[in-house]
Design a protein around this ligand. Structure first.
Ligand code: ACM
Length: 373
């Protein structure tokens, strides 16, 4: 430079209000600086919601005044047994502010009633048998549950939601609700009936993983669909029914939008339970007509989750997010009529040199005609 650029006017509006990305900071902890780096990368593609998965079996990542051991003990490790970590309230505020300066709203998630071993390990009284289990550093799911019949469970939830809602300017609070395999169906429904009003009481709107549609989603609640091609018809129909009855949807189909799925059998990182997801598969679908029976206008948007069982560094995150993340972002922003794999792959290829210049690690998918380096 200096470079001269012709003046112009751009008229453009997003297709969807919710253009999200989720980062799992529980399975492996990521520092404030690492989260800021990811926010910068999301902002380049006009992603406007950062969903932070702040608690899971392996770690509780936000310090709360009312239940301090959640962070100091429940946050003390991670998958593989490393030291873990947690955000102080000031750390979390710094993330919220940094995101807001780049037009992203933080959506905090406290997953419940399952995915709660870190909390159960921190406070014995939260367990139905009164005994705290050990901390957990493996990668199994579905073995933990808050104690649905106990009163203290709801004192705990009230405190947690109150403190997190007070720290969060955005309107949404995500309560998880997935893979509650150690909670009976009746208990699950009773639990969600009690917890959703607490979110409303503290001024927030509920988001839950789509299993929430098997309970009684609160008025205005949002369900995040994470099924995939092998998800059964009854489960899909349940979500579509809820959508026809007013529940809005965020679409994160695992075999399209999950950034932690391997690209192919040779991908060194990630998981493959929803199959391999290369760049075309990730991009080439229409959120508006994806879930049969769900009205197009029930779709609030799309989101690309990044689970971190196998991911430890910013380079690991980037290798899985790039080049798929920009595709999900484009599905969220531009009208379906503009989506075309043949031209998209050319436009995507042109991003490669920019990522090289920015030091962003990315997968050189053979589906994309990258320029010679
Ligand atoms: C999920 O992947 N368990 C939401």
């Amino acid at each position: 430079g200096p470079w001269r650029v012709a003046g112009g006017t751009i008229t453009d509006t997003p297709r969807y209000a919710h253009r999200g990305a989720m980062l799992d900071v529980s399975r492996h902890f990521f520092t404030v600086a690492q989260v800021k780096r990811y926010i910068d990368e999301l902002a380049m593609y006009k992603v406007n919601r950062l969903h932070l998965h702040l608690s899971d079996d392996q770690g509780w990542r936000i310090a709360l005044k009312s239940w301090p051991r959640l962070a100091t003990y429940g946050g003390s490790t991670q998958v593989g047994g490393g030291p873990g970590g947690y955000y102080t309230k000031d750390d979390y505020r710094a993330i919220v502010r940094y995101a807001a300066d780049r037009y992203l709203t933080v959506v905090p998630e406290i997953d419940m009633p399952g995915h709660t071993n870190a909390a159960l390990a921190s406070y014995a009284e939260l367990n139905c048998n009164g005994q705290a289990p050990p901390l957990y550093t493996g990668t199994s799911v579905g073995f933990s549950s808050l104690c649905v019949p106990k009163k203290v469970t709801y004192d705990f939830i009230d405190d947690v939601i109150r403190e997190i809602a007070a720290l969060t300017p955005g309107r949404y609070l995500h309560i998880g609700g997935d893979e509650a395999h150690s909670t009976s169906h009746d208990d699950y429904v009773a639990f969600m009936d009690k917890v959703q009003p607490v979110v409303a009481k503290y001024g927030k709107t509920v988001i839950g993983w789509h299993q929430l549609t098997g309970a009684h989603p609160a008025k205005g609640a949002v369900a995040q669909y994470w099924g995939y091609d092998k998800t059964g018809a009854a489960e899909r129909a349940q979500v579509a029914d809820a959508a026809r009855n007013g529940t809005r949807l965020i679409l994160s189909p695992a075999d399209r939008a999950y950034l932690d799925m391997k690209y192919d059998k040779n991908t060194p990182l990630g998981l493959s339970w929803a199959g391999y997801v290369d760049v075309r598969r990730s991009y080439d679908w229409d959120p508006g007509s994806y879930l049969q029976g769900a009205p197009a206008d029930s779709v609030l948007g799309v989101e690309a989750p990044l689970w971190t069982e196998t991911l430890k560094t910013s380079a690991n995150l980037e290798y899985m997010a790039f080049p798929r993340l920009p595709g999900i972002a484009e599905l969220g922003w531009s009208p379906a009529g503009t989506h075309d794999w043949g031209t998209y792959r050319e436009r995507l290829a042109a991003q490669g040199p920019r990522w090289d210049a920015l030091g962003i690690d990315y997968y050189h998918s053979p589906e994309v005609p990258w320029p010679a380096r």
